[in-house]
Ligand binder design. Structure first.
Ligand code: HPA
Ligand code: ZN
Length: 335
């Protein structure tokens, strides 16, 4: 198959996305429109200037813009529109199931409560489910640059909404904020019946992946590409089959890898780790799920069976009910 044929084929497959920050799907157009609506001054004259600002040195330089961008989200309708726009992309990209992260503290710190953003998110999710059968789950992520006490308060505020939240996660500035800092709140989440994921081994060392596995008892590792630096960890991940939600465009934009040709996702997959492909923050990193597949097809010597494995892995790595999983896997087998 040519690269173009591989792209068409992967685009046509039903897919799952497991590492997507809804605040990172805020497109410059919606950012400008909401700034206008709420009379918020942005340091950009037009959409081109917003896009030009998306030139990042590292994770922190991205996070600064990402939190700033989120400040235009204020009322229920804003959160509805944000979610709705992303779910339309899922339909376009054939993403039949998605597990979406949101950062409550980014909003509660500005005085915007769970009642506002949860209602907006839910309205869009219900509409997409009714209109084209979109399947989606929500993951509540704690900001690791804040204290564990703040995460505990956030979990407390989320209690009336736990029926709509499948898991807790951990994101934001990794270096200096190891998983162990959040042992207690993850234990509390586990007792409440929530599943657990955490960003680890993106900018942080392989030790942070061990920390997420041991101290937080996570089901999946978000990113995890630096696991490759520790052979014992790689051996463990092959045995345990903890999924890694890898994000190729994110990793090159934030200079985790200097070029897509250097990306190690194929290496991880061929070693037998449960690697998956995801978009992370599509509006900031230059593409949605299909674009991430296209980027690895363009720059890595990937073959059809490896793409197939990546897609199957994300179904298996998802939190969707077993029966739903079985049906989709049967369908994909016929592609
Ligand atoms: N890493 C850490 N925090 C984040 C990311 C990421 O890739 N995206 C949004 N918040
Ligand atoms: Zn992320």
């Amino acid at each position: 198959m040519t690269k173009n044929e591989l792209k068409q084929w992967v685009a046509s497959l039903p897919k799952v996305e497991l590492h997507l920050h809804i605040e990172g799907s805020l497109e410059p157009e919606l950012m400008m429109a909401l700034a206008d609506k709420h009379q918020i001054a942005l340091p950009y004259a037009n959409i081109e200037e917003v896009k030009q600002a998306y030139n990042f040195e590292d994770l922190q330089s991205f996070l600064d813009l990402y939190y700033f961008g989120a400040s235009v989200l204020k009322d229920e309708d804003d959160f509805y529109q944000l979610m709705w726009n992303y779910l339309l992309k899922c339909k376009e990209d054939n993403v039949v199931h998605v597990e979406i992260m949101f950062d409550p503290q980014t909003h509660t710190e500005r005085g915007i409560g769970f009642d506002v953003f949860m209602q907006g998110f839910k309205r869009a999710m219900q509409q997409a489910e009714q209109e084209w059968g979109q399947s989606c789950l929500l993951i509540m992520s704690f900001l690791r640059h804040l204290t564990e006490q703040s995460a505990i308060q956030t979990l407390e505020s989320a209690k009336p909404y736990l029926n709509d939240i499948i898991a807790v996660g951990l994101d934001s500035a990794e270096l200096g904020n190891p998983p162990e800092k959040f042992t207690q709140v993850f234990e509390m989440a586990k007792e409440l019946g929530l599943k657990r994921v955490a960003h680890a081994g993106e900018e942080g060392p392989a030790d942070y992946v061990w920390g997420a596995l041991k101290a937080l008892d996570v089901h999946r590792i978000d990113h995890g590409v630096r696991s490759i630096e520790d052979p014992k960890l790689i051996e463990f991940l092959i045995q345990s089959q903890h999924p890694l939600t890898v994000c190729p465009l994110s990793n090159t934009k934030l200079k985790v890898f200097s070029h897509m040709q250097e990306h190690n996702v194929l290496q991880l997959l061929d070693l037998g780790l449960m690697a998956t492909i995801n978009a992370d923050d599509p509006s900031y990193f230059g593409g949605y799920l299909n674009d991430n597949f296209f980027a690895i097809i363009d720059h890595l010597p990937i073959q059809k069976h490896q793409l197939h494995q990546l897609v199957i892995n994300s179904f298996n790595a998802s939190f969707m009910p077993a029966e739903q999983k079985r049906k989709w896997l049967e369908k994909i087998d016929s592609y």
